[in-house]
Design a protein around this ligand. Structure first.
Ligand code: GAP
Length: 514
């Protein structure tokens, strides 16, 4: 655990040192849970957006994008249920004066049972070696079964309390399981209360005429309220989807773990409108499509898992999370929800406007059902950054810090370096860079030794370094170095684009999804 925390700290400081992520308002001592993306971070972020956007809008003829405003009519949030129910159950510890989410404290307690089970299994695997049958052990070992039973009992009680919105029982669970405040170590807890997560502000010039508006807590509602606009002007036929990337804001009670839980963040959401009754089939299909999108990045299939929801929102009839193994455990990166026709029906009711679709094949009108895929861009960024980071021990006894970023997402694709700053090498290097820069993000670097320059590029995850030496002037060849293997090969300048393209092409990545 301490090792993982240590690793996470290193990732956070690496992100700052190399211009990926900065604390917001740092010179004023920062603003909690708000971050800025630096010169490298913005490129990585834009590349993730492009990968998502193009996978939605290019690979699906029936998905189009929009960009709706952050400010929306306040009644939208009444209709969506956010004014009344977008709450987190919070609890305070009277001794440390720290505030926690009651559900998170209990989920952490549940995870402790999982840890105990995994420890038992790991111990047995070590003891029995090759003959170890993990499945059988998990099903029959009395200690494992005991932990499992206790876990299930807690889980069931917790799910019921959440579903019933039973705040007293949430508190009672915390007391019964002896959950203590990590800071004070005491059980001196207040009652559990609901806390609305939306930020409010005023719109209008005079105080009498001002209207309370909210900073949107999700981008999805901008899609719902534009359903008819897009369907009609785009002559869209069901099933079809509307995609959007944009900022969302939540006044998180416990904002922690760097860019994992922020107060201002970005979402990439797609609402897929289907016939009533078809939604669970589409839900299944979108689960597969989205998991494939994640796995195509090559970060390791074992790092992903689905987590089906126990507590369904009142409007949903199925929901799952795609979780990624972060340095602090498996955590939600994306949610896939079958939202029924709740949102469109509710907007119909609150706006008084008919929001229906006439299905020419069925010759009838209905309110479409919706499958939503909703991914946090910043969490996606964190999952890529964290799993790419390595402090690698080299055969030479040296170490290097390298980001094994998926090549199509790397901020810089190729670094162009003259071996020395004279003899016409910089000019030749510029010539090469000028021919590559229209297709690939390039860096020109002529400062310090080649070894140091390689390290700088490794640290920002540049897949290729191209070195121009005296031989290049004679035979138009250069050395190309591969980031992950550190292997170098002599290649013709004319072949560079082909070699680079074979790894960094977003197009190729998209084709792997088709
Ligand atoms: N429209 C559905 C919706 O907003 P959600 O599960 O609340 O669903 C979707 O959020 C995704 O947005 C999450 O899976 C997560 O990746 C991201 N997200 C939510 N809250 C976040 C926060 N405070 N900071 C960063 N990302 C967040």
């Amino acid at each position: 655990m301490a090792q993982q925390e240590d690793q996470f700290k290193k990732i956070v400081s690496h992100a700052k040192e190399y211009g990926f992520v900065f604390q917001s308002s740092e010179i004023y001592d920062g603003l909690a849970a708000v971050y800025d993306y630096g010169q490298m971070g913005v490129e990585l972020k834009n590349n993730i957006k492009r990968y998502w956007w193009e996978s939605m809008t290019l690979l699906h003829e029936n998905i189009v994008g929009i960009d709706s405003a952050i400010f929306m009519h306040p009644t939208i949030w009444k209709a969506s249920g956010h004014v009344d129910a977008f709450n987190d159950p919070l609890i305070d510890n009277r001794d440390s004066k720290k505030r926690y989410r009651a559900d998170v404290l209990i989920e952490d307690e549940i995870a402790k049972f999982d840890d105990k089970i995994n420890k038992e299994v790991a111990k047995a695997a070590k003891k029995f070696g090759d003959s170890f049958d993990e499945k059988l052990y998990r099903e029959t070992n009395p200690r494992v079964l005991e932990h499992k039973e206790k876990r299930e009992a807690l889980h069931e009680r917790f799910a019921k309390a959440l579903n019933d919105n039973n705040l007293e029982d949430l508190r009672q669970i915390i007391l019964d399981y002896g959950i203590v405040c990590p800071i004070s170590g005491t059980k001196n807890w207040t009652d559990v209360r609901q806390f609305n997560l939306m930020f409010k502000t005023e719109m209008g010039s005079t105080s009498e005429g001002a209207m309370t508006v909210y900073l949107r807590p999700e981008t999805a509602q901008g899609i719902f309220v534009n359903f008819l606009n897009v369907q009609k002007t785009g002559r869209m036929r069901i099933p079809f989807g509307i995609a959007q990337i944009g900022k969302a804001f939540r006044n998180e009670i416990v904002a922690r773990q760097f860019i994992f839980r922020m107060r201002e963040f970005e979402q990439m959401e797609m609402q897929f409108f289907v016939r009533p009754g078809d939604e669970l089939n589409w839900f299944k299909q979108w689960k597969e499509t989205r998991m494939k999108w994640h796995k195509a990045l090559g970060l390791g299939d074992q790092k992903y898992r689905f987590h089906d929801h126990d507590k369904l929102a009142h409007y949903a009839n199925a929901a799952t999370d795609i979780e990624f193994e972060m340095p602090f455990g498996f955590k939600e990166v994306e949610g896939i929800h079958s939202r029924t026709n709740f949102d469109l029906s509710s907007h119909e009711k609150f706006s008084g406007k008919k929001i229906q679709y006439f299905d020419p094949e069925l010759n009838q009108s209905y309110t479409p059902y919706v499958i939503e895929t909703s991914i946090g861009l910043d969490r996606m960024f964190l999952s890529i950054l964290a799993s790419s980071f390595e402090e690698q021990a080299l055969e030479s006894g040296d170490t290097r810090t390298v980001l094994h970023l998926p090549a199509p997402l790397a901020p810089v694709k190729v670094a162009v370096m003259p071996l020395v700053r004279k003899d016409g090498l910089p000019e030749k290097a510029r010539e090469i860079m000028n021919s590559l820069k229209f297709d690939y993000a390039c860096h020109y670097d002529e400062k310090d030794s080649i070894g140091k320059r390689y390290r700088r590029q490794d640290a920002i995850g540049t897949p290729f370094c191209v070195t121009i030496d005296h031989q290049s002037l004679e035979d138009n060849t250069v050395t190309i170095r591969h980031r992950d293997s550190m292997q170098q090969e002599r290649v013709a300048i004319d072949d560079l684009a082909k070699i680079i393209d074979s790894e960094v092409s977003l197009n190729k990545l998209l084709k792997s999804l088709a």
